[in-house]
Design a protein around this ligand. Structure first.
Ligand code: HEM
Length: 234
């Protein structure tokens, strides 16, 4: 044994909680953010709140990475930006995986939860509102970076060895766009699985979700591939 006394490991951080782990992570507050058993309309509210709350956390993190990445691109630190975009992509993949947990909700029992959501709608998700704000910032910074090397996007793709950093950044942005699209598709299938095709008429929320899947944040980065295929004449 090293001869260390218990007091050597006594908490040294301020705040509520028995240990520095609890104090640093503020677990008291964090774990009080879900309804208690007596407040729940259905026990699966814990699952529902856990998935949504943790999704908001990962979205907050992913958007912070994308916003900083945009700033780094402005400063011509393209490799550092690409690393942050890759982290953001992983965050979206994590929240996509979590949707499988919601697919385990019983469609009939979910109706109990639906009744207590008020007018709550995913359109008001702070994380997704933030995605709509930061994703174009990265797109604008990237376009500026391409212009600054006097190349077109097509040239960056045709001469990737000459523009390796721009090429890698562009591909990481395609990963980001694709990850968001995959999330939307998975979300739609989970929604259909749990609440169905709500009335099914044009303009109902579920129809709207289906249309959103076609959205692309960086259309140029997708179109360039079509041009390359045309150019190759294959
Ligand atoms: C039981 C699971 C879920 C159901 C039944 C559900 C249902 C819906 C429905 C019906 C809409 C259309 C708008 C509305 O009427 O509210 C919607 C939109 C949305 N939901 Fe969900 N949702 C679920 C889980 C989630 C989760 C875990 C998130 C993650 C934060 C989320 C985020 C969103 C977002 C961002 C939208 C806006 C559409 C978009 O930007 O693609 N939802 N959801």
């Amino acid at each position: 044994m090293t001869g260390m006394a218990d007091e050597d490991f006594a908490p040294i951080l301020d705040g509520p909680g028995q240990s520095d782990y609890e104090r640093y992570l503020r677990t008291d507050e964090l774990l009080a953010l879900q309804k208690s058993e007596s407040e729940m309309a259905h026990r699966d509210e814990l699952l529902f709140q856990t998935v949504h709350q943790s999704s908001e956390l990962w979205l907050k993190h992913a958007c912070a990475e994308i916003e900083t990445a945009a700033r780094l691109v402005d400063d011509v630190s393209l490799e550092a930006a690409t690393r942050l975009v890759a982290r953001g992509v992983l965050g979206i993949e994590l929240i996509t995986a979590q949707l499988s947990m919601l697919a385990r909700l019983s469609p009939w029992e979910y109706q109990e939860i639906r009744k207590v959501l008020g007018h709550g709608s995913g359109f008001d998700s702070p994380g997704f509102v933030e995605i709509k704000r930061v994703t174009p910032l990265l797109g604008q910074a990237f376009s500026k970076a391409v212009r600054s090397v006097d190349a077109s996007l097509e040239e960056v793709y045709r001469n990737a060895p000459e523009h390796p950093q721009l090429y890698d950044l562009a591909e990481s942005m395609v990963d980001w766009d694709e990850a968001l699209r995959v999330w939307r598709y998975r979300h739609l299938t989970v929604v259909e699985r749990i609440i169905g095709n709500v009335v099914g008429t044009q303009g109902t929320p579920v129809d709207q979700l289906r249309k959103l899947i076609g959205n692309r944040y960086y259309p140029d980065l997708w179109q360039v591939r079509t041009r390359l295929t045309d150019l190759a004449g294959t």
